[in-house]
Design a binder for this molecule. Sequence first.
Ligand code: ASP
Length: 351
Amino acid sequence: MNNISRRLFFRSGAGLGVGAFLLGGFKSVRSQTGGSIPVIITDHGNETGKTAATTAFQILAKGGSALDAVEKGTNIIEVDPEDVSVGYGGLPNADGVVQLDSSIMDGKTYSAGAVACLENIKTPCSVARLVMEKTDHVLLVGQGALKFAKSFGFKEEDLMTDKSRRFWLRWRENLNKDDDWGPPDHLKKRDEKTAGLYDGIDHYTGTTNVLAVDSNGDIAGITSTSGLAWKIPGRVGDSPIIGAGLYVDNEVGAAGATGRGEDVIKSCASYFIVGQMRAGRSPQQACEDALQMIVDRYKKVNPNFFPGEKFVALNKNGEYGCSAMSGRDNPDMVVVNKSGMMIHKGSVLIK
Ligand code: ASP
């Protein structure tokens, strides 16, 4: 970044992997150039994300569509019981009910579909795809979305795992030291009354974005999440909102978001990122532009507030980028193209 008068700086992700470019100090990740297609990316840098992207890439390698590839990849992440941020095993709302949000967009046909507050279905992105392909609507919510899914043969299942229930029960016990949840007061150890809200919980938010360009140059993307843990029942985040949690433009590229959905909705972040790429910015620069835009807006309202988003983007040439607010998450993303699978370390926007 050249403008050293800016209050905030981007630096590369901690540790370097293949595809990372550390320029030194507080600097942006150098935009990667000369991408190739087909390509698939996901912000999920864990083992499941790697499996998802490499499995889905097989579809692309055989000449399959970006749309099929992103659905396949996302389904693998959605059914992972260990992942507490997406699909099955995702952390529930305040009532202990898992409500899922997901969207899909197909650049080739300029179509989109989404579901919000969907309960009891492990693979919400596949329901979103049916909304896109089998209706003239874009977004179905709650009971309507569930009824719609069941009409296509989806089976209702309990989405809570032992792990997610344990986290939720702990949250409920720690919600208020004056309520009656937890052991009887006379048996409570002192620290049980004051234990940290998220004590021991690795991830209490999270989302997956899966974006791909196929060998025809067509682009598709999905965003899928269980949303903010302990959210107010009925709350809808950015993930099922086209233009916020996801946007795809077949002439330009695709972008997806993770983080505090309220910020992403207000900033129409994914649409903004694609717009920046249309204007000539690289995917990496466009993700950073979006973070900076959000921070700049809050600066005028509350200079001490620092939001927590992570963006990923991919352009039509197969170039990719990723950037996160510090404190939010690591900026890793998985990339699979003809060169194989790599972890791209994006940049971090620090205070
Ligand atoms: N963006 C998601 C939401 O607001 C949550 C997350 O990505 O952490 O629902």
